[in-house]
Ligand binder design. Structure first.
Ligand code: NDP
Length: 273
């Protein structure tokens, strides 16, 4: 296994209190980096911080409440990271969630919310951390994007459309930020087990009437059936660690000659060549 020592380097992971972001923070800590995570929900953030500190008692870890859609909060978060660590080498723009809706049931406000989330969850942290990234010896930005960017789904029309735009944004950022040597890449995820899928499973359980003749599926059965229905070639959902490994690769000098690119983490779900 390739080992990389990130001692003295600083990674920022937005939405690091759950799922893919949490798994990514763990990988950075494992490699010796100092890590800052953020999220909106205080309890989730505290639980994540406690779990990371338990696994890495000597961790240099900052867990801060911050909504990436709030410009002032992002500015304050960046100031706290700078004050605590004095540098930023890697920014992982991960915070967010998908929106399930067809064209028929997506209102103007829902469109605006979704476009705002997908764009500004990248724009704001990137802008706030750019001055620090410019000072770093091998800086990188990695964005969590979805396979929906290339393979839209009608039941996620706004998310798919926004995701396609984000692919373009990442490419433009990579070109504009190449002179200061900041690499910018993304990963395209299919379906990864995480907080949002656990919430959808909970909805399935809630909607299943107690007297329903349909047997109640376990999490494993429910995800396996979905993977089968969706024809995912590897036959299962991904796990957060699998997305995190691709993010880690793109954020570190392991991918020093890669920018403006993306890695597919979809279990073969992509239909295009
Ligand atoms: P989780 O729900 O497990 O994690 C999402 C994280 O983002 C949480 O820490 C959440 O914390 C945080 N977050 C959400 N909105 C904001 C916000 N406005 N400001 C700050 N933090 C925020 O889901 P995933 O790990 O799956 O999601 C990670 C990323 O991957 C998301 O961008 C998602 O859209 C994307 N993705 C995931 C897929 C999947 O199948 N899992 C598929 C395609 C893309 P809190 O709610 O407390 O703020």
């Amino acid at each position: 296994m390739i080992q990389i020592d990130l001692t003295g380097h600083v990674a920022v992971v937005t939405g690091g209190s759950s799922g893919i972001g949490f798994a990514t923070a763990r990988l950075f800590l494992q490699a010796g980096a100092s890590v800052a995570i953020c999220g909106r929900d205080a309890e989730r953030l505290e639980a994540a911080e406690a779990a990371l500190k338990k696994q890495f008692p000597d961790a240099q870890l900052l867990a801060a409440r911050c909504d990436v859609l709030d410009a002032d909060q992002v500015t304050r978060f960046a100031a706290r990271v700078t004050a605590r660590f004095g540098r930023v080498d890697m920014l992982v723009n991960n915070a967010g969630q998908g929106r399930v809706s067809t064209f028929a049931d997506t209102t103007d406000d829902a469109w605006r919310d979704e476009l705002e989330l997908k764009y500004f969850s990248i724009i704001r942290p990137t802008r706030a951390f750019l001055p620090m990234l410019k000072e770093a010896p091998s800086p990188a930005i990695v964005c969590v994007n979805s396979l929906l960017a290339l393979q839209p789904e009608p039941h996620m029309v706004a998310t798919s459309s926004a995701r396609a735009g984000v692919l373009s944004l990442v490419k433009s950022l990579a070109t504009e930020l190449a002179p200061p040597r900041i690499r910018v890449n993304s990963i395209l995820i299919g379906i990864v087990e995480s907080g949002q899928w656990k919430r959808r499973y909970q909805n399935y359980l809630n909607e299943l009437a107690t007297d329903s003749p349909e047997p109640r599926q376990s999490w494993e059965q429910w995800t396996a059936e979905l993977a089968r229905k969706k024809n995912i070639p590897l036959g299962r959902f991904g796990v957060p660690e699998e997305a995190a490994q691709a993010l880690f690769y793109l954020a570190t000098p392991l991918s020093s000659y890669t920018t403006g690119s993306h890695i597919d983490v979809s279990g073969g779900f992509a239909r295009h060549v």
